[in-house]
Design a protein around this ligand. Structure first.
Ligand code: KIV
Length: 275
């Protein structure tokens, strides 16, 4: 799907129909300016719950709330005209029951104008996915490394190795059969990601998976070098804005302290209209 050829933002069905075609491009976004920067280049933009770690300094995504997702979702929506917006359901907002998931997904969509929600889980979430889809809420699934389950997964490890291959294949099949329009595969061996991509009817969106997936997603602050607390092996930095930004701040601080900061040419009188 090329953003320049589009007359409107893609919807869930357009993303589903891109299976096997030109790879789908996606990034996370949390603010209006970042959304504006990627709007013309992405098929969909994810308001990820990674916002908790990337912008709020949380140690994991577990502390992210509905209020945070709504606030960042509204900011991102203001910056998009041609990319679809998908929004993450935060930890604790959907796992209890399909009814709880519907109430929170409906609130996220109504208050942010997102075109779909994303939730983590495979077989265990299939019933919830089917419940939401049957009630008008498009769902993107997320399997493999699911960061909201970090305490049961035992760390940010590669998933789907050895016997766990079958678990991943079953999860992928379950979310596809339940009606998800796409599925994120996070930190899955490339061969297995390729097998799953061939196996299921919906697009696979890789993050640390395989270039053979139907699309890719990255956390934007990772690929721009803005988030430097840690770097996953699979992340390629396309820029080093964190280092550049710190160097710029250091240069400013030095100029201020040495009184070499550029002279201010204007006077107070310039700013106050004469009566
Ligand atoms: O929250 C997030 O940023 C995500 C992506 C890593 C897929 O879920």
């Amino acid at each position: 799907m090329s953003a320049t050829a589009r007359k409107r933002a893609p919807m869930a069905d357009d993303i589903r129909a891109a299976k096997g075609g030109t790879p789908l491009v996606s990034l996370t976004a949390y603010t209006t300016p970042m959304a504006q920067m990627m709007d013309a280049h992405c098929d969909f933009v994810l308001v990820g719950d990674s916002v908790g770690m990337v912008l709020h300094g949380l140690p994991s995504t577990l502390g992210v709330t509905m209020e945070m997702m709504i606030m960042h979702g509204q900011a991102v929506a203001r910056g998009l005209t041609s990319a679809m917006m998908v929004i993450d359901m935060p930890f604790g907002s959907y796992e209890e029951s399909p009814q709880q998931a519907f109430a929170n997904a409906a609130q996220l969509m109504a208050e942010t104008n997102a075109g779909a929600v994303k939730l983590e889980g495979g077989v265990a979430m299939a019933e919830t996915i089917a419940f939401l889809v049957a009630r008008g809420i498009p769902v993107m699934a997320h399997i493999g490394l699911t960061p909201q389950s970090i305490n049961t997964l035992g760390g940010y490890k590669v998933q789907g190795r050895g016997d766990a291959r079958t678990v991943l294949r079953d999860d992928a099949q379950a979310v596809s059969d339940a009606g998800a329009f796409a599925v994120v595969l996070e930190k899955v061996p490339a061969g297995l990601a390729d097998e799953v991509t061939a196996q299921i009817a919906i697009p696979t969106i890789g993050i640390g998976a395989s270039s053979g997936c139907d699309g890719q997603i990255l956390v934007v602050d990772d690929m721009l070098g803005l988030f430097t607390a840690f770097k996953a092996k699979f992340v390629k930095r396309y820029a080093h804005l964190g280092d550049d930004g710190e160097a710029a701040i250091a240069a400013y601080a030095q100029e201020v302290r040495e009184r070499t900061f550029p002279a201010q040419e204007h006077t107070f009188a310039d700013e106050v209209p004469a009566k």
